[in-house]
Design a binder for this molecule. Structure first.
Ligand SMILES: [Zn+2]
Length: 425
């Protein structure tokens, strides 16, 4: 059915969608449970190599000048009338989690190429160069560090440190990069772009539930991960009196319930907390667990609230240790500060959406994205598009419609065109 919103759309929605489908064929598998087609293109796997080569071929077809840097990030440049000016960069990633759909990351990259295709077709020249980029191992599933390529490019992570990361099989990242043919020559430190833009699927239910077309991303939440080992004493479930137990399982449960109570208290702002792994040992019906391995995932848009929640949680560990006669060992496995995106770019995104008759609202990013790395070196912003099925992502059911994808890239196109034609921000 024709949608009045499409009349102002600057980009070719069908062509964009079909490029997403074509890339989604690489690393495809059939999900045994649902029969749906999923995508598995783990970073630096053979499938990632194949996906990369396909996208590179499209970049070259568009006449872009392609550069591969020493961490395997790929930059495709369309020259400007003033090639001396810093480029406007559009980017994201094409690696995936093991059970992915075809939109996460790919929309941002292939959307960038669709923008270039549109500029080429119309013979539109811009003052500034336009660069479409994809970054190595955004997902972090294989080597344990997410936003790896963009973190190296923007100086948060040292190149040698990144090369020496190993996957579960002990394979070294630097070697794997070479194996798929993407150990490039270019300096891994990227020169600061004029601005960085990224379009991404929301990966959450908010926009879809409200039928909002465009999420204007305000920033990325602070993330804090802990790995816990709780040591108690294994004991017979029938023979050991309750007052003589050191139940590691109970201690883990108390921490989980405490997290929920902290959220309910309202003292920690927009805190989110998850214990995604709670593994009691020996894990048998009639044995008090003597040991639990567990994880804690904390998210918060405010660094202040995040720090308070971390401090109070550690104090609670002390309390549980003494009350339950257990030992709680913890280590930080990930920690990133909250990132605020450029207010000026957010405003432009909202205006571009408005101009196209698209509904929009501010939204915080729940997951990590390459844009947060670029926010350290240049004005950066993100556009979210809604996903169907409650915005499920990292799952074969991940799905955004052709219209939803096109809406997001249209907004990017409008903002990019403004930025690429101005001399000063
Ligand atoms: Zn992503």
């Amino acid at each position: 059915m024709p949608n009045s919103k499409t009349t102002t759309c600057q980009i070719n929605a069908t062509r964009l969608y079909s490029s997403l489908e074509t890339l989604g064929q690489i690393g495809r598998y059939t999900d045994a449970e649902t029969g749906l087609q999923g995508v598995c293109r783990l970073a630096l796997s053979a499938e990632d190599g194949e996906g990369r080569r396909l996208v590179l071929s499209w970049m070259r077809e568009l006449g872009l000048e392609v550069t591969v840097d020493r961490i395997g990030n790929v930059y495709a440049r369309r020259s400007g009338l003033r090639p001396d000016l810093a480029p406007v960069m559009v980017g994201s990633h094409i690696d995936s989690v093991p059970t992915a759909g075809r939109f996460d990351g790919c929309l941002g990259v292939l959307g960038g190429l669709e923008i270039v295709r549109t500029l080429n077709e119309r013979g539109t020249e811009t003052q500034r160069p336009v660069v479409v980029a994809f970054f190595t191992d955004e997902e972090g599933c294989r080597f344990g560090t997410d936003m790896l390529g963009s973190a190296v490019a923007t100086g948060r992570l040292a190149l040698e440190q990144a090369y020496d990361l190993r996957d579960r099989e002990g394979l070294r990242l630097g070697d794997e990069l070479e194996k798929i043919g993407f150990l490039g020559q270019a300096d891994e430190k990227v020169a600061a772009p004029y601005a960085y833009l990224e379009c991404h699927v929301e990966q959450g239910p908010i926009l879809g539930a409200k039928r909002v077309d465009i999420g204007v991303v305000t920033g990325v939440q602070a993330i804090s991960w802990q790995a816990l080992t709780i040591l108690g004493k294994s004991a017979h479930a029938g023979a050991t009196p309750m007052n003589l137990r050191a139940d590691a399982g109970l201690a883990a449960s108390r921490i989980n319930v405490q997290l929920r109570a902290m959220i309910a208290s309202g003292e920690y702002g927009e805190m989110r907390a998850t214990m995604g792994c709670i593994a009691p040992q020996p894990g048998l019906v009639n044995i008090v667990p003597g040991r639990v391995e567990a994880t804690v995932d904390l998210r918060n848009p405010s660094d202040l609230h995040m720090r308070k929640s971390e401090q109070d949680l550690l104090a609670f560990y002390e309390q549980v240790q003494s009350e339950e006669k257990v030992e709680i060992r913890w280590r930080q496995t990930a920690r990133t500060e909250a990132v605020a995106f450029s207010p000026s770019l957010q405003q432009r995104i909202a205006e571009a959406a408005q101009g196209a008759g698209l509904s929009h609202q501010p939204i915080i990013a729940g997951a990590g994205h390459d844009a947060q790395e670029f926010a350290r070196i240049c004005p950066s912003a993100m556009v979210f598009v809604p996903g169907e099925y409650d915005g499920i992502s990292h799952n074969p059911r991940e799905f955004s419609t052709q219209q939803q994808c096109a809406n997001g890239i249209h907004v990017m196109f409008e903002v990019l065109l403004q930025l690429a034609n101005e001399i000063a921000f």
